[in-house]
Design a protein around this ligand. Structure first.
Ligand SMILES: Nc1nc2c(ncn2[C@@H]2O[C@H](COP(=O)(O)OP(=O)(O)OP(=O)(O)O)[C@@H](O)[C@H]2O)c(=O)[nH]1
Ligand SMILES: [Mg+2]
Length: 223
Protein backbone atom coordinates (compact mmCIF):
# COMPACT_ATOMS: atom_id res chain seq x y z
CA UNK A 1 0.00 0.00 0.00
CA UNK A 2 2.73 2.44 0.99
CA UNK A 3 4.82 1.43 -2.07
CA UNK A 4 1.82 2.00 -4.33
CA UNK A 5 1.28 5.40 -2.73
CA UNK A 6 4.95 6.29 -3.23
CA UNK A 7 4.69 5.31 -6.90
CA UNK A 8 1.67 7.56 -7.43
CA UNK A 9 3.30 10.47 -5.58
CA UNK A 10 6.41 9.95 -7.72
CA UNK A 11 4.30 10.42 -10.86
CA UNK A 12 2.52 13.49 -9.46
CA UNK A 13 5.88 14.92 -8.45
CA UNK A 14 7.46 14.43 -11.87
CA UNK A 15 4.46 15.74 -13.81
CA UNK A 16 3.15 18.54 -11.60
CA UNK A 17 6.03 19.59 -9.40
CA UNK A 18 8.48 21.00 -11.93
CA UNK A 19 11.51 22.60 -10.30
CA UNK A 20 9.97 21.76 -6.94
CA UNK A 21 7.65 24.75 -7.18
CA UNK A 22 5.18 22.94 -4.98
CA UNK A 23 2.07 20.82 -5.40
CA UNK A 24 -0.96 20.13 -3.22
CA UNK A 25 -2.56 16.69 -3.14
CA UNK A 26 -6.21 16.72 -2.04
CA UNK A 27 -7.19 13.33 -0.69
CA UNK A 28 -10.74 12.12 -0.28
CA UNK A 29 -11.15 8.79 1.50
CA UNK A 30 -10.61 6.95 4.78
CA UNK A 31 -8.36 8.60 7.36
CA UNK A 32 -6.07 5.57 7.64
CA UNK A 33 -5.37 5.68 3.89
CA UNK A 34 -4.58 9.37 4.23
CA UNK A 35 -2.11 8.44 6.98
CA UNK A 36 -0.43 6.02 4.55
CA UNK A 37 -0.17 8.81 2.00
CA UNK A 38 1.42 11.17 4.55
CA UNK A 39 3.79 8.43 5.59
CA UNK A 40 4.87 7.81 1.98
CA UNK A 41 5.50 11.53 1.44
CA UNK A 42 7.50 11.78 4.67
CA UNK A 43 9.71 8.81 3.94
CA UNK A 44 10.36 9.24 0.20
CA UNK A 45 9.62 12.86 -0.67
CA UNK A 46 10.53 14.81 2.46
CA UNK A 47 12.72 17.23 0.48
CA UNK A 48 9.93 17.89 -2.01
CA UNK A 49 7.47 20.68 -1.73
CA UNK A 50 4.41 18.42 -1.55
CA UNK A 51 1.47 19.12 0.72
CA UNK A 52 -1.28 16.59 1.40
CA UNK A 53 -4.73 17.79 2.43
CA UNK A 54 -7.50 15.53 3.68
CA UNK A 55 -10.82 16.44 2.07
CA UNK A 56 -13.73 16.10 4.43
CA UNK A 57 -17.34 17.10 4.17
CA UNK A 58 -18.16 18.80 7.47
CA UNK A 59 -21.77 19.87 7.68
CA UNK A 60 -23.04 22.25 10.39
CA UNK A 61 -26.81 21.77 10.71
CA UNK A 62 -28.82 24.57 12.29
CA UNK A 63 -32.47 25.51 12.61
CA UNK A 64 -35.15 26.21 15.17
CA UNK A 65 -36.07 23.72 17.89
CA UNK A 66 -37.98 20.79 16.36
CA UNK A 67 -37.29 21.91 12.80
CA UNK A 68 -36.24 18.39 11.82
CA UNK A 69 -32.44 18.56 12.16
CA UNK A 70 -31.88 15.17 13.78
CA UNK A 71 -34.33 13.39 11.49
CA UNK A 72 -32.65 14.90 8.44
CA UNK A 73 -29.13 13.96 9.55
CA UNK A 74 -30.25 10.41 10.32
CA UNK A 75 -31.99 9.99 6.97
CA UNK A 76 -28.99 11.43 5.07
CA UNK A 77 -26.73 9.01 6.94
CA UNK A 78 -29.03 6.10 6.12
CA UNK A 79 -29.21 7.16 2.45
CA UNK A 80 -25.41 7.30 2.16
CA UNK A 81 -25.13 3.85 3.74
CA UNK A 82 -22.15 4.69 5.97
CA UNK A 83 -21.95 3.71 9.62
CA UNK A 84 -21.88 6.73 11.94
CA UNK A 85 -20.59 7.26 15.46
CA UNK A 86 -22.72 9.67 17.46
CA UNK A 87 -21.18 11.80 20.21
CA UNK A 88 -22.26 14.72 22.28
CA UNK A 89 -19.41 17.21 22.42
CA UNK A 90 -20.20 20.19 24.67
CA UNK A 91 -23.90 19.94 23.86
CA UNK A 92 -23.36 19.60 20.11
CA UNK A 93 -24.49 16.30 18.64
CA UNK A 94 -21.74 15.05 16.36
CA UNK A 95 -22.25 12.33 13.77
CA UNK A 96 -19.01 11.08 12.22
CA UNK A 97 -18.82 8.43 9.52
CA UNK A 98 -16.48 5.62 10.52
CA UNK A 99 -13.74 6.84 8.18
CA UNK A 100 -14.30 10.47 9.33
CA UNK A 101 -14.80 11.59 5.72
CA UNK A 102 -18.25 12.97 6.62
CA UNK A 103 -19.13 14.80 9.82
CA UNK A 104 -22.46 16.36 10.79
CA UNK A 105 -22.75 18.79 13.70
CA UNK A 106 -26.21 19.54 15.04
CA UNK A 107 -26.20 23.06 16.44
CA UNK A 108 -28.72 23.13 19.31
CA UNK A 109 -32.12 24.45 18.23
CA UNK A 110 -32.53 28.17 17.89
CA UNK A 111 -35.67 29.55 19.49
CA UNK A 112 -36.89 32.89 18.34
CA UNK A 113 -35.01 35.54 20.24
CA UNK A 114 -31.87 37.54 19.78
CA UNK A 115 -29.90 35.72 22.51
CA UNK A 116 -30.43 32.36 20.88
CA UNK A 117 -29.47 33.58 17.46
CA UNK A 118 -26.27 35.03 18.92
CA UNK A 119 -25.58 31.71 20.65
CA UNK A 120 -26.14 29.80 17.41
CA UNK A 121 -23.88 32.18 15.53
CA UNK A 122 -21.17 31.78 18.16
CA UNK A 123 -21.47 28.00 18.04
CA UNK A 124 -21.19 28.12 14.28
CA UNK A 125 -18.12 30.36 14.40
CA UNK A 126 -16.49 27.97 16.86
CA UNK A 127 -17.27 25.02 14.58
CA UNK A 128 -15.87 26.83 11.54
CA UNK A 129 -12.42 26.35 13.04
CA UNK A 130 -12.85 22.57 12.67
CA UNK A 131 -13.12 23.05 8.91
CA UNK A 132 -16.88 23.25 8.25
CA UNK A 133 -17.55 22.98 4.51
CA UNK A 134 -21.37 23.23 4.47
CA UNK A 135 -23.95 25.20 6.48
CA UNK A 136 -27.30 23.41 6.27
CA UNK A 137 -30.21 25.41 7.66
CA UNK A 138 -33.45 23.55 8.43
CA UNK A 139 -36.66 25.47 8.01
CA UNK A 140 -39.59 23.52 9.39
CA UNK A 141 -42.31 25.94 8.42
CA UNK A 142 -42.89 28.08 5.38
CA UNK A 143 -42.56 31.19 7.51
CA UNK A 144 -38.99 32.36 7.88
CA UNK A 145 -38.19 34.61 10.83
CA UNK A 146 -36.20 37.76 10.24
CA UNK A 147 -33.49 36.49 12.62
CA UNK A 148 -33.21 33.21 10.71
CA UNK A 149 -32.85 35.03 7.43
CA UNK A 150 -30.15 37.17 9.01
CA UNK A 151 -28.19 34.17 10.26
CA UNK A 152 -28.29 32.46 6.85
CA UNK A 153 -27.18 35.63 5.07
CA UNK A 154 -24.49 36.26 7.69
CA UNK A 155 -22.91 32.87 6.98
CA UNK A 156 -23.18 33.26 3.20
CA UNK A 157 -21.59 36.71 3.28
CA UNK A 158 -18.84 36.07 5.80
CA UNK A 159 -17.80 32.57 4.77
CA UNK A 160 -17.72 32.50 0.97
CA UNK A 161 -15.91 29.14 0.91
CA UNK A 162 -18.72 27.47 2.88
CA UNK A 163 -21.63 26.15 0.87
CA UNK A 164 -24.96 27.34 2.30
CA UNK A 165 -28.10 25.26 1.74
CA UNK A 166 -31.60 25.71 3.16
CA UNK A 167 -33.62 22.51 3.64
CA UNK A 168 -37.39 23.00 3.75
CA UNK A 169 -38.09 20.11 6.10
CA UNK A 170 -41.45 18.32 6.44
CA UNK A 171 -42.46 20.12 3.24
CA UNK A 172 -45.76 18.73 2.00
CA UNK A 173 -47.52 21.89 1.04
CA UNK A 174 -48.45 21.23 -2.60
CA UNK A 175 -50.17 24.61 -2.76
CA UNK A 176 -46.97 26.58 -2.62
CA UNK A 177 -44.82 24.80 -5.17
CA UNK A 178 -43.25 28.13 -6.05
CA UNK A 179 -42.18 28.96 -2.46
CA UNK A 180 -38.73 27.30 -2.63
CA UNK A 181 -37.86 29.42 -5.69
CA UNK A 182 -39.20 32.61 -4.08
CA UNK A 183 -37.24 31.96 -0.91
CA UNK A 184 -34.06 31.25 -2.83
CA UNK A 185 -34.44 34.56 -4.61
CA UNK A 186 -35.02 36.37 -1.32
CA UNK A 187 -31.84 34.76 0.04
CA UNK A 188 -29.75 36.05 -2.87
CA UNK A 189 -29.71 32.76 -4.74
CA UNK A 190 -28.93 30.37 -1.89
CA UNK A 191 -29.97 26.80 -2.73
CA UNK A 192 -33.34 25.84 -1.22
CA UNK A 193 -34.27 22.15 -1.20
CA UNK A 194 -37.82 21.11 -0.24
CA UNK A 195 -38.03 17.64 1.22
CA UNK A 196 -39.73 15.15 3.47
CA UNK A 197 -37.10 13.04 5.20
CA UNK A 198 -39.55 10.44 6.49
CA UNK A 199 -43.05 9.59 5.34
CA UNK A 200 -45.88 11.35 7.10
CA UNK A 201 -49.07 9.58 8.12
CA UNK A 202 -52.20 11.44 7.16
CA UNK A 203 -55.86 10.52 7.44
CA UNK A 204 -55.99 9.05 3.95
CA UNK A 205 -52.78 7.03 4.37
CA UNK A 206 -49.25 8.38 4.09
CA UNK A 207 -47.22 10.87 2.10
CA UNK A 208 -43.99 9.31 0.88
CA UNK A 209 -40.61 10.73 1.77
CA UNK A 210 -38.83 12.60 -1.03
CA UNK A 211 -35.94 14.96 -1.68
CA UNK A 212 -33.17 13.28 0.33
CA UNK A 213 -31.55 12.21 -2.96
CA UNK A 214 -31.57 15.82 -4.22
CA UNK A 215 -30.07 17.18 -0.99
CA UNK A 216 -27.48 14.39 -0.92
CA UNK A 217 -26.37 15.40 -4.42
CA UNK A 218 -26.11 19.05 -3.38
CA UNK A 219 -24.06 18.12 -0.33
CA UNK A 220 -21.65 15.60 -1.77
CA UNK A 221 -21.46 15.74 -5.53
CA UNK A 222 -21.35 19.39 -6.44
CA UNK A 223 -18.21 21.05 -5.29
N1 LIG B 1 -42.97 12.17 9.47
C1 LIG B 1 -41.94 12.99 9.59
N2 LIG B 1 -41.69 13.57 10.77
C2 LIG B 1 -40.63 14.40 10.85
C3 LIG B 1 -39.79 14.68 9.75
N3 LIG B 1 -38.82 15.52 10.16
C4 LIG B 1 -39.04 15.75 11.46
N4 LIG B 1 -40.13 15.08 11.89
C5 LIG B 1 -40.71 15.08 13.24
O1 LIG B 1 -40.65 16.38 13.78
C6 LIG B 1 -40.21 16.35 15.13
C7 LIG B 1 -38.90 17.11 15.29
O2 LIG B 1 -37.89 16.46 14.54
P1 LIG B 1 -36.37 16.41 15.01
O3 LIG B 1 -35.63 15.77 13.89
O4 LIG B 1 -36.23 15.84 16.35
O5 LIG B 1 -36.07 17.97 15.05
P2 LIG B 1 -34.79 18.70 15.70
O6 LIG B 1 -34.64 19.97 14.94
O7 LIG B 1 -33.62 17.80 15.76
O8 LIG B 1 -35.34 19.00 17.16
P3 LIG B 1 -34.49 19.50 18.44
O9 LIG B 1 -33.16 18.78 18.44
O10 LIG B 1 -35.34 19.16 19.60
O11 LIG B 1 -34.35 20.98 18.26
C8 LIG B 1 -40.08 14.87 15.52
O12 LIG B 1 -41.28 14.46 16.10
C9 LIG B 1 -39.89 14.19 14.17
O13 LIG B 1 -40.34 12.87 14.18
C10 LIG B 1 -40.10 14.06 8.50
O14 LIG B 1 -39.45 14.25 7.48
N5 LIG B 1 -41.18 13.23 8.49
MG1 LIG C 1 -32.41 17.25 17.38
Amino acid sequence: MKEAAAEIIGIIDSVYNMHNRGVNIYFEGPEEDFATLLDAVDSSFADKNIECILQQTIIAVAGKVQSGKTTLIEELARYGGDEYRVNNVDGILTYASNDNAIIFYEIPGIDIGVDNIIAARETFERLVKTGVTVFLYCLGSSKIEYSEENLIKFVAQNYPSIKVIVALTKYIDEDSASYPKQLSKRLNGIEVVPLLAKEIKVRQGAIDAYGIDVLNRELFEEK
